[in-house]
Design a protein around this ligand. Structure first.
Ligand code: ADP
Length: 375
């Protein structure tokens, strides 16, 4: 009631209710045509009364067609887009990673005998250049370490060869003709000296090799340093006397460290041996022992030739001997102080050298103090 229902598209109950109430309705009707129709039902009101209803419909055919076309286009283009993106990605990734491949190939080429070679830098100062630079720096360090090792092997072989050549020469000469027992005795004595030198050298090489490999056998027992000093002094007294060097004691404070007695003994023997060996007749070597809250300080002071400033670091290197030491016929192999340093390091200590050339040297070894008993 209220208005005559027009022909055509039927009112939905809701549109009808709204129209009677004077409210417009937007709706989408299906089943009217092949495509849904969007329909506006607009009541025309005069005062309080609905006098007419205007209905406008519009087929959604275009909208649906556009959507279908869009989907179809997408379906057709998608594989292309995918292929393009994949191909482009591959191309750019390949281009970006090409230098990495070249770097890998370059690094593979560099073997132990070509450590002086370097990876090329592109000059772009990008991450890859920084990576190449880092690898190059590492190669530099490896190269230095390898050269040092090669030098060490060469020096060690040379040092081992010298006493062997002497031994062989002496024995060959001794065997060439019949000799007096006295002569044989002399040859044997000299041979024994060389054998002693060889075994000292091998012992030193072994100690250094073990300490390099981190497998140096170390006791961790309390060591009374005053006792050690006394033992070394007693052992070295005959040598000092033979060289007319006064071997004496300075101030000795009781000090105990945690460590390896035989290594510490070797350390002190080496320092005292050098002090006597490089001294002048009538000179002196003095041993002293002090303590600070942190350290036990062992001192070996001599009146020898001293060590020049530029040699202070070098003399701790393996096989390094000053030209004077080489030509002076003192014996020795240049391993003593490097062993001393290895032993000091193994005890977490430090070693200092104070020296004024012409006057003498003081080697000062600091070892972490264990317990200090003052009595
Ligand atoms: P070596 O004594 O067998 O030559 P070291 O490693 O003990 O080897 O010493 C290395 C070098 O340091 C010696 O050749 C010598 O030139 C120098 N040196 C060591 N101790 C002293 C010292 N007390 N006074 C002067 N020079 C020293």
């Amino acid at each position: 009631p209220g208005f005559n229902e027009p022909k055509g598209i039927l009112f939905t109950p809701e549109a009808r209710r709204n129209a009677i109430a004077g409210i417009a309705t937007y709706e989408t009707l299906t089943g009217v045509e092949a495509y849904p129709v969007r329909v506006l039902t607009w009541p025309v009101v005069d005062g309080q009364r609905v006098i007419s209803v205007v209905r406008v419909g519009m087929s959604r055919i275009n909208l649906y067609r556009s959507a279908t076309r869009f989907l179809l286009t997408m379906a057709l283009l998608f594989p292309f887009a995918l292929a393009l993106a994949g191909g482009g990605g591959w191309f750019f990734a390949h281009r970006a990673l090409g230098p990495v491949d070249r770097m890998i190939a370059g690094a593979r080429e560099i073997g132990a005998n070509r450590l002086h070679e370097r990876l090329p830098l592109s000059g772009a100062r990008d991450e890859l250049d920084r990576l190449a630079e880092t690898i190059n720096n590492m190669l530099g360090r490896l190269d230095a370490a390898f050269s040092e090792m090669r030098q060490f092997t060469a020096d060690a072989s040379h040092e081992l060869q010298t006493p062997l050549t002497i031994l062989r020469g002496e024995m060959e000469v001794a065997l060439r003709s019949r000799r007096e027992p006295k002569e044989y005795k002399e040859v044997l004595e000299s041979a024994l000296e060389e054998v002693e030198r060889l075994s000292q050298l091998v012992e030193g090489l072994l100690l250094l090799a073990r300490s390099d490999a981190g497998v140096l056998k170390m006791d961790h027992a309390p060591v009374e340093l005053a006792f050690l000093i006394e033992e070394v002094r007693r052992k070295m007294a005959p040598l000092a006397e033979a060289k007319s060097v006064n071997l004496g004691l300075g101030r000795i404070e009781p000090a105990e460290v945690q460590g390896d007695y035989s290594h510490l003994r070797r350390l002190l023997l080496n320092l005292v041996d050098n002090g006597i060996k490089y001294n002048r007749p009538g000179g002196s070597v003095r041993l002293s022992l002090g303590v600070t809250p942190e350290w036990a300080v062992l001192e070996v002071e001599d009146t020898g030739p001293g060590v020049a400033e530029e040699e202070k670091e070098k003399i701790f290197q393996r096989f390094y001997r000053s030209p004077e030491a080489r030509s002076g016929g003192f014996g020795g192999s240049g391993l003593g102080l490097s062993m001393v340093r290895s032993i000091v390091d193994a005890h977490h200590g430090k070693i200092e050298l104070e020296s004024s050339p012409g006057k003498g040297s003081t080697f000062r070894v600091h070892l972490p103090a264990q317990a200090v008993s003052k009595d």
